[in-house]
Design a protein around this ligand. Sequence first.
Ligand code: NDP
Length: 401
Amino acid sequence: MKDVLVIGAGGVSSVAVHKMAKNPDLFGKITLASRREFKCEAIAKSVQERFGATIETAQVDADNVDATAALIDTVKPDLVVNLALPYQDLPIMDACLKAGANYLDTANYEPRDEAKFEYKWQWEYQERFKQAGLMALLGSGFDPGVTSVFTMYLKKHYLDRIDTLDILDCNGGDHGQHFATNFNPEINIREITAAARHYEEGKWIETPALSTRQVYNFEEVGTKNMYLMYHEELESLATHLPELKRIRFWMTFGDQYLRYLDVLQNVGMTSIEPVMYEGHEVIPLQFLKAVLPEPSDLGQTTKGKTNIGNIATGEKDGQAKTVRIYNVCDHEEAFAETGNQAVSYTTGVPAMIGSALMLNGTWKGEGVFNMEQMDPDPFMDMLNNHGLPWQVRELAEPLKF
Ligand code: NDP
């Protein structure tokens, strides 16, 4: 029970596949398939050069359920790891059901024509996976993923009850480009330009995108501006941990990034509404993606660190308590190990860990699960042992905002 089929061959996939190949005790045969096979072959070559391990490659259009199911039938993996784009989540889940394979991903399904970031479509697969005796694990990246596991670790070991949760995502790295996104530009810009939403006292509160700014001093990175945003783990945490009275998500952005984004947005380049150009339908955001640097090419020049983690307030043994938990990841160290920068690294490593825990049966179930429904301890141990060590400490007081 160790063979995997990984779909998608971008930055996140590259890290996950390198880490899988580096751990032959956890993974058996690794097959990497994507829309363009040469991207898989480049990753296979790097894995061979770095770790002397051989991985198989294949071509697949994961929007095509029958083609993906046929590939699963041929490869016969114990687990399909979806590291393509959120648009492919449902077709790959359908293919897994058709061919009888377990499923894991790192981001929730997105319809192409509307930025939604909702779990409802994937949660609707609950009964079908259950009846097939299969497991689907959703969101095994960093956020969602590690931040969800961090929350449950605090709940298990530090707080009897969590009242408020803030997730803070800081990328203190500099790639030296005028404007680039750290992961898939289309998904990244859809996420950032969507209205901010947070959860408070049972209600979702919506505010304009990037309109709420606070400053936080991130360990090993320094003081940064961070902005209130919507992020998909808010929905699943509000569902699975109903004691939470407030959950917010913050992400840091530099002034230059926001200036460029503002211009691009104002001229219509971030729109997902099709426009006609010389007789062809063009989606401005997809065209923008085509001219921006590939996130997987940023590793060579990126310096600095990421710091992603949570601050939870609540009660332990009747006493009010605030606890901080976080990971710091160095872009250059991530690049030296896998040839990819820290944003891909911090997503690819948890994808590898979630896969390993499913394959060895430590995390098991029938149906569709989010990360916070699993025992956090084995995942937390593996983070420490596979390149994403974490720190936890008590804070003297809660956040003042
Ligand atoms: P990339 O754009 O770098 O890679 C996506 C890969 O998927 C590409 O190789 C692409 O192929 C392939 N792909 C796209 N469409 C298809 C298709 N129809 N069939 C087969 N393959 C396809 O993205 P990233 O590596 O940056 O991100 C991967 C995933 O990770 C995304 O879903 C992203 O949202 C998620 N993510 C999650 C995070 C978390 O913390 N949870 C953080 C960052 C990312 P091609 O090369 O031919 O274009």
